[in-house]
Structures are given as structure tokens and as C-alpha cells.
Design a protein around this ligand. Structure first.
Ligand code: FAD
Length: 456
């Protein structure tokens, strides 16, 4: 084994967006950063690959607040903001043949009094301060919603937004966390998608870290974190040892604590917390390559049922719904460069638990749902590629979670796993520890908060 005398101030395990954001901040502050990434690519879930001239994202990314949120702050810090431009979107919702913009479009679809109730609820949500939202961290979103309305379609729209933001049903999600996401996004009105696809973001940050003298090794899994006297001493990767007293893991906390270090180094209450972490839902995601455009929208979410409880109960019992709730961005309507000229890339994802059975039937049900949204699209279809929960799990672990640790009532705010660990010099960063917000922005916020602590 080569013992490398470390020219680095710290090591980061994982080049997901959380690890890259932290590497960017610390590089900008003059630290020399080493990042080990097990996969051959950087970005973790935020990556893209090519097929027949189509550029396909591993995830289905519409980025909350885009350049006006934490991601914009990181890109500006790296001086890459001019290279990555965003196309914004006002999403559409569809339900039983009607397509509308939430909330205004609901006025035509529900009784006046119910629409007033919904408006009152949205006003109440957006008027809360960040501090006040934390008082609702332990309340589930369904209970909060029912204080204002029980109209089935209003409630289903809230559940639908919750599935998109937090990838959990509204009866499990934290009301406080949901409200923060909603009010931040409503304030910025800048949900969007980057020109050139999501890979452009991760690669730009990796470039900056390297320009600043940092080193990012891919296909380089961290195999062991060496701990002595309750403090970090170094990091082993196959064939190499990196001495360091500061390690930040962007990887799954269970993997970091139990597999890279070992139970014997941690107190029981910490181990219990790590072992009982629950993750967000996963996704069965179809990418449809089309020989010509069939969908005019940039982002549409389709609500399959106005009874979210029954819909979830049936899914958990192994049933495949006839009308599937789908998250349906059209990346090439944001950025034409992600499809060959004249062609369209459409995606349709069902947000489902990791161990959902009958995925072949689910695929057909998603495609049948699309038949009703876009009659005749199959005539223009070149091919369909699917990413299953098992594929996501194989790439990044965490039971194929879309987000990471779920933003449920017991796992947000002061109950969220902190970045600090019982081992001196070991921290966690990304969408499993600390942070708040929608998907990618939570991982970046976790990195921003941790950087302040490390650099204090
Ligand atoms: C299908 C899908 C759709 C999504 N849609 C959206 C969306 O529309 N909008 C949005 O904002 N977010 C979306 N997300 C969520 C978002 O992508 C994630 O929340 C975010 O990217 C998580 O970043 P992270 O850095 O915490 O973790 P990760 O991306 O998981 O990064 C962790 C990294 O650690 C590496 N690693 C693990 N173990 C080791 C080891 N031993 N050694 C070295 N490296 C290791 C992994 O390979 C990985 O690269 C989506 C995700 C998926 C999967």
C-alpha cells in the first residue's frame, strides 16, 4: 500500500452534489481538498449520460430556485454562473382530463368556498417566518392541511406537491419542512433546468475544485476510515492510504459509520439513530425518445387519484394503479441541446417505495397514462429507457432514495441527523445530514452550513 504524505487539508468521501458543494466552498477559502468517489462519474445522483444523441439525467431534475437559491450561490462562488444558465418553468398539473396551473386553475374545478379555504391555507403558509415553520416540524402535512380544507382535489394537489418536493406522501411528511420549501420557491419563482442538462452543474463544480489545486479521484471508493483515540487519522482506498485528521462523508451515514468505521467506535444512541434513518421514496423513471415533439409543456405533474390515502394503501399492497400519478418534465423543452435536432426527450416518473413489485406492469401503466395525456405519442416513439429503484440503489445506495433521508416528521429541523458525529474530525454532509429544502438544494444547504462550522 502506498502511504501518500498528504498535501491535502481534508478528505471528502463522495462527489455527489453535497460533496462537490462543500469542496467548492472550502477550495474558495484556500483549503486543499481531496475527494474520493466510488463511481466513474462526479455528481452522484446529479449526472447525465448519452444515448443516440439524447442526454439523459440519472434523476429527473427540476431545480427549486435554480440560480436564485443555494445552487446559484455555489455557482457564483465558483465563478461558473455565466456558464450555466437556467430555463425557468411554471409547472402544470393534470387530473381527469383537465390541465391547470396550481392554485389559480383550481378555481374552475372546486366550489368557491373550498377555493377560499385553499387560498387561506397558502397565505398562512407563505406568511410564516422560517423560525415559525420549525414549530410545525413535528406535525404531518395532512394534519396541517386538514385545519383548512378537506376538499379532495385541494388535498390531492397538496399531496402531489409534497411528492414532488419531499418524495413522501403528505401523511408522513413534515408540515414545517414542506412549508419552508413552498415559501422559498414561491418567493424566488425560479424553478428551472440547466442548459445542457444536469451533468453540466456537477462538472463545473469539479472543474473549479481542480483549478484550485484540489484532487478528485473517480473509481476510487473509500474502503476504511482509520480512527484512533476517538479521532480521525486517515482514509484507506484500495491500494492507497491518505493521512488526514478531517474527513467529511457525503456517502450514506449507515455506510460511513457501520461499514467504513465500525460499530465499536460509536455510542448506542448514535448507532440507533443511524440504523433507524428512513429514506424518501424512490422512482420508476421512463425516458422516452421521440422522433418529433409530442408534448408542449416543460413540466407537468399528473394526479392519478383524489384519494391519496387509498392510492398509497393500494400501492403498498402491491397493486398497480390504472391511472398513475406521474412527474413529467420534458428536458428538451427546457434545453433543446439534450435531444438531437427536431426530436424530443420526454420523461415520466412514478414516485414509489423502494420495494414496489410488478415494475413491468408499472411501466405499462405509466405508458397507458401517457396515452390519455398525449394521444398518439407511441407512433412517434423511438425507444423507452427505464431507471428502476434498484438501478438508483446500485448507483448511489440508500434504498434508491430520490432525496436521501426522508423529510418526515421525526427527521427534520432539530430532529435531523446532524453533520457532527461522535468521532473528532468526522462530519457528514449531503441530503442525509443537516440541510433543508427540495432535493438538490437541501444537499447544498447542508454543505453550506457545515462549511461555516468547519471554518469557524
Ligand atoms: C430519480 C431522481 C430524481 C430526482 N429529481 C430531483 C429533482 O427534480 N430536483 C431536485 O432538486 N432533486 C432531485 N433529485 C434528488 C437529488 O438528486 C438528491 O437529493 C441529491 O443529488 C443528493 O445529493 P447528495 O450529495 O446528498 O448525495 P449523492 O448524490 O448520493 O452523492 C453521494 C456520493 O457518494 C458516493 N459514495 C458513496 N459511498 C462511497 C465510498 N465508499 N467511497 C467513495 N464515494 C462514495 C456515491 O457514489 C455518490 O456519488 C432526484 C434524485 C433522483 C434519484
Amino acid at each position: 500500500m502506498n502511504a501518500i504524505k498528504s498535501p491535502y487539508d481534508l478528505a471528502i468521501i463522495g462527489a455527489g452534489i453535497g460533496g462537490l458543494a462543500l469542496g467548492t466552498i472550502l477550495s474558495a477559502r484556500g483549503k486543499r481538498v481531496l475527494i474520493l468517489e466510488k463511481n466513474p462519474w462526479v455528481g452522484g445522483r446529479v449526472t447525465s449520460y448519452e444515448r443516440d444523441g439524447f442526454q439523459i439525467d440519472l434523476g429527473a431534475h427540476v431545480i427549486s430556485r435554480s440560480d436564485k437559491g443555494p445552487l446559484g450561490e455555489i455557482l457564483r462562488l465558483a465563478g461558473k454562473d455565466k456558464q450555466i444558465t437556467f430555463q425557468y418553468v411554471r409547472p402544470l398539473t393534470s387530473f381527469r382530463g383537465k390541465t391547470f396551473a396550481f392554485p389559480r386553475g383550481l378555481q374552475e374545478l372546486i366550489p368557491d368556498a373550498d377555493f377560499q379555504d385553499l387560498t387561506r391555507m397558502l397565505q398562512a403558509m407563505t406568511s410564516l417566518s422560517d423560525a415559525e415553520t420549525h414549530e410545525l416540524d413535528s406535525l404531518d402535512l395532512r394534519s396541517y392541511t386538514q385545519r383548512f380544507t378537506r376538499n379532495p382535489l385541494s388535498v390531492s394537489c397538496i399531496n402531489n406537491i409534497c411528492m414532488v418536493y419531499l418524495c413522501l406522501p403528505y401523511f408522513e411528511a413534515s408540515a414545517g419542512e414542506f412549508i419552508r420549501c413552498l415559501k422559498w420557491e414561491a418567493g424566488a419563482r425560479a424553478s428551472g433546468y440547466p442548459e445542457g442538462g444536469c451533468r453540466a452543474i456537477s462538472e463545473a463544480l469539479a472543474r473549479f475544485i481542480r483549478e484550485k489545486g484540489g484532487r478528485i479521484l473517480t473509481t476510487a471508493p473509500a474502503a476504511k476510515i482509520i480512527v484512533r483515540d476517538h479521532a480521525v487519522r486517515g482514509l484507506e482506498s484500495p491500494g492507497a492510504f491518505f493521512p488526514t485528521q478531517l474527513i467529511i462523508s457525503n456517502a450514506d451515514p449507515y455506510h460511513t459509520v457501520i461499514e467504513l468505521i465500525g460499530r465499536e467506535y460509536f455510542p448506542d444512541d448514535y448507532l440507533n439513530k443511524i440504523q433507524s434513518l428512513s429514506f424518501s421514496y424512490s422512482m420508476l423513471n421512463l425516458r422516452l425518445a421521440l422522433r418529433e415533439p409530442v408534448a408542449a409543456w416543460k413540466l407537468l405533474t399528473h394526479i392519478g387519484s383524489d384519494n391519496p390515502e387509498l392510492y398509497e394503501e393500494n400501492i403498498r399492497a402491491g397493486e398497480v394503479p390504472e391511472d398513475v400519478s406521474i412527474f413529467c418534465p420534458v428536458p428538451s423543452n427546457f434545453s433543446p441541446a439534450v435531444a438531437p435536432p427536431g426530436k424530443q426527450l420526454l420523461t415520466a416518473g412514478a414516485i414509489i417505495p423502494f420495494d414496489t413489485p410488478n415494475l413491468e406492469k408499472w411501466q405499462e401503466a405509466i405508458m397507458n397514462t401517457l396515452d390519455r395525456l398525449i394521444p398518439g405519442y407511441r407512433d412517434k416513439l423511438l425507444w423507452v429507457e427505464k431507471t428502476t429503484p434498484a438501478d438508483i440503489n446500485q448507483a448511489v445506495g440508500e434504498r434508491g432514495a430520490i432525496i436521501g433521508a426522508g423529510q418526515s416528521t421525526g427527521q427534520v429541523g432539530s430532529h435531523r441527523l446532524p453533520s457532527e458525529t461522535p468521532i473528532q474530525g468526522l462530519y457528514l454532509c449531503g441530503s442525509e445530514a443537516g440541510g433543508s429544502g427540495v432535493g438538490m438544494e437541501m444537499a447544498i444547504k447542508s454543505a453550506q452550513d457545515l462549511a461555516e462550522k468547519i471554518c469557524k
